[in-house]
Design a protein around this ligand. Structure first.
Ligand SMILES: C[S@@+](CC[C@H](N)C(=O)[O-])C[C@H]1O[C@@H](n2cnc3c(N)ncnc32)[C@H](O)[C@@H]1O
Length: 312
């Protein structure tokens, strides 16, 4: 099946990247390469784009889509948390633009065959990088009751986490839960009809999000990455980050704010003792949101938020 690129907020990202010919840029989440394509066109003829994705399918797709620009690209099958090492290996001291478009891609959901969708009957895998050891099946079938409740509650903000966990435990005592459809049905059965009727989303949405976050260690990888932002950008270089749920956005917001504030001394201190100075400025104080027209055309954009900052 073909790879599609349904990039979120393409015009806004392009405008805020503020690119010019010759820039060195990183797309940390290639996905369908939609943003990457517009980035590379803006930095020709001598610019360079380092494209990263932890999913090999996205790298293979990028090799095809970006093949007319092969002189100007370097593709890395890696986690963006490794970006400082990737830059060092490529002898790059700082870049003009970094883009993160978090979460999973349309392709992973529709063609991934790894159980990302509760509408499909696929093996419960959910790894974006199939070289990593932890699968959704392992989580669902072996984690303790307490761990499952915590994960569903923390990463999925699922109010029925206890009830759903107990239903999972009952089923897995009979036989291992093997597929996405099987798990989705257990969640549907555990959701009171009244509650399911009130919800705008499928009852399995939150648990599936929680499992994906756990399997791919999404929040800790993002936290690791965010700590290094100032050291990876040249002065005037920009970072654009699109997040899709409040857990991601909170990490992005707080990390950027920390670098914007600089000093971390308690307010009562008469003068700064920590020596930290502001390293970035926020380009948009509030996150940018997609237009209603974009949400109508691409429902996956529904919950997206774009934050932009510049190295000073
Ligand atoms: C929303 S899609 C990106 C879509 C892309 N911007 C486009 O225009 O088509 C997210 C992609 O990021 C990748 N990804 C998510 N977390 C990652 C991480 N920590 N390191 C590397 N790639 C990651 C996923 O595998 C997926 O392909």
């Amino acid at each position: 099946m073909g790879f599609e690129h349904t990039s979120v907020m393409p015009k806004e990202v392009h405008a805020y990247q503020n690119l010019k010919p010759g820039d060195i840029c990183v797309d940390c989440t290639l996905g369908g390469s939609g943003h990457a394509l517009s980035t590379i066109k803006a930095i020709l003829p001598h610019g360079m784009l380092i494209g990263i994705d932890q999913d090999m399918d996205a790298i293979v797709n990028a090799q095809k889509i970006l093949s007319p620009f092969e002189q100007n690209i370097k593709l890395c099958h890696s986690n963006f948390a490794n970006l400082p090492d990737i830059l060092q290996t490529n002898n790059v001291k700082g870049v003009n633009s970094i883009l993160l478009d978090l979460g999973f891609s349309f392709n992973q959901l529709v063609n991934g065959r790894r159980g990302f969708s509760f509408n499909k009957n696929e093996p419960l895998d959910m790894r974006m990088d199939i070289r990593t050891p932890l699968t959704a099946s392992h989580v669902v079938n072996t984690y303790t009751e307490k761990n499952l409740v915590d994960i569903f509650f923390k990463f999925g903000e699922e109010k029925l986490s206890r009830k759903i966990t107990r239903a999972i435990l009952r089923k897995r005592a009979e036989a291992p839960i093997e597929t996405s459809k099987e798990l989705a049905q257990i969640i549907v059965d555990a959701t009171p009809a009244k509650q399911a009727f009130k919800q705008k989303i499928h009852p399995a949405t939150r648990v599936f999000q929680a499992l994906r976050i756990e399997v791919n260690q999404e929040l800790s990888q993002l936290e690791t990455f965010m700590k290094e932002i100032p050291s990876m950008l040249v002065k005037g270089g920009r970072i654009c980050i699109i997040s899709f749920h409040s857990l991601e956005d909170r990490i992005v917001k707080h990390s950027l704010k920390k670098f914007e504030n600089g000093c971390t001394c308690p307010r009562e201190f008469p003068r700064c003792m920590c020596g930290f100075v502001p390293k970035i400025k926020l380009i948009s104080k509030k996150p940018l949101l997609p237009t209603q027209a974009e949400i109508d055309a691409n429902p996956m954009a529904r919950s997206s938020k774009l934050r932009v900052a510049e190295r000073i």
